[in-house]
Design a protein around this ligand. Structure first.
Ligand SMILES: Cc1cc2nc3c(=O)[nH]c(=O)nc-3n(C[C@H](O)[C@H](O)[C@H](O)COP(=O)(O)OP(=O)(O)OC[C@H]3O[C@@H](n4cnc5c(N)ncnc54)[C@H](O)[C@@H]3O)c2cc1C
Length: 285
C-alpha cells in the first residue's frame, strides 16, 4: 500500500484520481481500524492532514469555514466558533477520548458515513454546507446530501470534502446537540438529536431546524420541526409534540445497544432536551 502526503488540495485531488482504489486518510481513527480489520485494503492512502488549508478554521463575513481535516480539539479550542455554534462544537468534542480528539476530523466523521456520527446531525441542524473538490472542479452541497447509507457517500470518485461552511447565527439563535451512549464515554450514539433555534424578540421561536442521528441509515432532518415550534415557546405540550415527531421519523435498528422501541423513545427525549438547551442559549443572546 502506498502512502502519499500531498502539500496542497490540488495535489491531493491529483493523487486520489491517479491511483485507482486510493482512499483519503485524515485522522485515521476510522480508516486505520478498517485497515487493521481487513474491512478496507486500499492501494494507497492520501494523507490530507499536512495540507494547511484543510486544517484551518476561519471566521468570514458570512460565518465560519472549517477545514475538513481540522480535528475535534482544534474545533473545541476555537473560542469564536464555540460561541457561535455551541452545538456543533459539543458534537465534535464528544468524539472519542482526548487522544482521539487530537486526530479525528470533521470531514472523516461525515465521510465515514456512520449513521451514529456525532457531528453530522449537528452540522445538518446548523445548515452547514460542504465544499467539495474533485477532478471535475469544485461544488458545494448541504451536509445532509453526503451520507447516502451506512459507509456510503454521494462523493464521486476522486472527490474530497475540503471544508464545511457554517453560516453566521442570526441574532438570537443557538444550537445544541445531545446523544445517548450506554457508557459514560468512548461509545457511539444509540440516538442523537441536534436543534438549532432562532427566537423572535418576544421569546417565541421564529425558526427551527432539527436533525436526528443513529436512528436510521443516515441522519435525518425533522421537517415537521418548524411547524411545531415556530410561533411558540417550548412549553411541555410543544415539546411533547416535538418528541413525538422525532420518534415517528426514526427508523432505528434493533441491536445489543438498544431495541427499536428504546431508540425511538430516546431520540424524542433527546430532541426535547436539546430544544430546551438551544432555547436557553438563544435567549441569553
Ligand atoms: C476509540 C474511538 C472512539 C470513537 N468515538 C466516536 C464518537 O464518540 N462519535 C463519533 O461520531 N465517532 C467516533 N469514533 C469514530 C471516529 O473517530 C470519527 O468518525 C472521526 O471523526 C473520523 O475522523 P478521521 O479524521 O479519523 O477519519 P479517517 O479515519 O481518516 O477517515 C474516515 C473515512 O472518511 C474518508 N475521509 C476522511 N476525510 C475525508 C475528506 N475530507 N473527504 C473525503 N473523504 C474523507 C476516509 O477515506 C475514510 O473512508 C471513534 C473512533 C475511535 C477509534
Amino acid at each position: 500500500m502506498q502512502y502519499q502526503s500531498p502539500a496542497s488540495i490540488d495535489e491531493a485531488v491529483a493523487a486520489l484520481a491517479s491511483i485507482g482504489g486510493a482512499r483519503i486518510l485524515a485522522g485515521g481513527t476510522d480508516l486505520l481500524v478498517q485497515l487493521r480489520s481487513g474491512a478496507a485494503s486500499p492501494a494507497a492512502v492520501i494523507d490530507i492532514k499536512n495540507i494547511d488549508a484543510m486544517r484551518a478554521i476561519t471566521e468570514t463575513g458570512e460565518g465560519f469555514r472549517i477545514g475538513a481535516a481540522a480535528c475535534g480539539a482544534e474545533i473545541t479550542d476555537h473560542a469564536a466558533l464555540v460561541r457561535a455554534w455551541p452545538g456543533v462544537a459539543e458534537a465534535a468534542g464528544l468524539i472519542g477520548s482526548t487522544q482521539v480528539q487530537g486526530r479525528a476530523s470533521l470531514g472523516g466523521n461525515v465521510c465515514n458515513a456512520s449513521p451514529a456520527a456525532d457531528t453530522t446531525p449537528a452540522l445538518i441542524a446548523a445548515r452547514a454546507v460542504a465544499e467539495i473538490v474533485g477532478p471535475n472542479g469544485r461544488r458545494a452541497i448541504p451536509v445532509e446530501q453526503i451520507a447516502t447509507g451506512p459507509g456510503k457517500t454521494s462523493l464521486a470518485p476522486g472527490e474530497i470534502v475540503v471544508s464545511f461552511l457554517l453560516p453566521k447565527p442570526a441574532g438570537r439563535a443557538a444550537d445544541a446537540y445531545l446523544r445517548l451512549i450506554p457508557r459514560t464515554e468512548m461509545d457511539i450514539a444509540v440516538a442523537g438529536a441536534a436543534v438549532n433555534l432562532t427566537l423572535n424578540t418576544d421569546g417565541t421561536i421564529a425558526d427551527a431546524r432539527v436533525a436526528i442521528g443513529a436512528v436510521a441509515p443516515t441522519a435525518l432532518v425533522l421537517d415537521a420541526a418548524p411547524g411545531i415550534l415556530a410561533g411558540n415557546r417550548p412549553d411541555e405540550a410543544i415539546l411533547a409534540k416535538l418528541a413525538d415527531a422525532a420518534s415517528a421519523l426514526a427508523m432505528p435498528i434493533d441491536d445489543k445497544r438498544g431495541t427499536t422501541d428504546y431508540r425511538r423513545k430516546v431520540v424524542g427525549v433527546l430532541a426535547k432536551r436539546a430544544a430546551l438547551i438551544a432555547y436557553e442559549r438563544a435567549g441569553a443572546r
